[in-house]
Design a protein around this ligand. Structure first.
Ligand SMILES: [Zn+2]
Ligand SMILES: [Zn+2]
Length: 142
C-alpha cells in the first residue's frame, strides 16, 4: 500500500501500488501556476486503485484537465485527464508518506521548462538557511 495525505491531514489517500504507469517531473505552465512551484512530480496509477478519504475540491485547469486539491489547506493532490490519460489518476508524488520511494524516471513537458532549472544543481546548498549561527557558508552541503 502506498499512503499519503495533504498538508493538514483532512485528506488521506491510499493506492494499492498495482499497475504503476509513470513517475514524472512535469514542467508545464499549468502545473507550475497551479502549484506555485517551478516543477511538479506526478505518479500515475490506474484510477480504480486510488482510495480517498476527506473532502477535495476540483478545478478545471484546461478543457480536459481536472485538478483535485484539499478543500481545507489547498494542497494539490490528484489530476485526471480523460482525453490524454484515460483511466489514469496522477497523484502528486510529494504528498506520499514516503516520497523517497518514488523517484521520477523522466521529465515531461520539458518544452515549457524554466531555463534556470538547468543550472540549479550547481547552486550553493545550505543545510538550513545562510547565516544561521551554527553554520557558515563553509558548511555548505556537498
Ligand atoms: Zn488539507
Ligand atoms: Zn504539468
Amino acid at each position: 500500500m502506498i499512503q499519503g495525505q495533504c498538508h493538514c491531514g483532512a485528506v488521506r489517500h491510499e493506492l494499492t501500488g498495482e499497475g504503476q504507469h509513470h513517475t514524472a517531473l512535469c514542467h508545464c505552465t499549468d502545473c507550475r501556476r497551479h502549484a506555485g512551484a517551478p516543477v511538479v512530480c506526478w505518479s500515475g496509477y490506474p484510477a480504480p486503485t486510488l482510495n480517498v478519504t476527506g473532502e477535495t475540491r476540483v478545478y478545471a485547469s484546461s478543457e480536459h484537465g481536472r485538478r483535485h486539491f484539499c478543500s481545507e489547506c489547498g494542497t494539490g493532490l490528484f489530476y485526471y485527464n480523460e482525453a490524454f490519460l484515460p483511466g489514469i489518476v496522477d497523484v502528486q508524488t510529494a504528498t506520499f508518506d514516503n516520497p523517497e520511494d518514488h523517484a521520477p524516471q523522466v521529465h515531461v513537458q520539458f518544452a515549457e521548462h524554466l531555463a534556470w532549472m538547468d543550472g540549479i544543481d550547481g547552486l550553493p546548498k545550505f543545510a538550513r538557511y545562510p547565516g544561521q549561527e551554527d553554520q557558515g557558508p563553509d558548511q555548505v552541503v556537498p
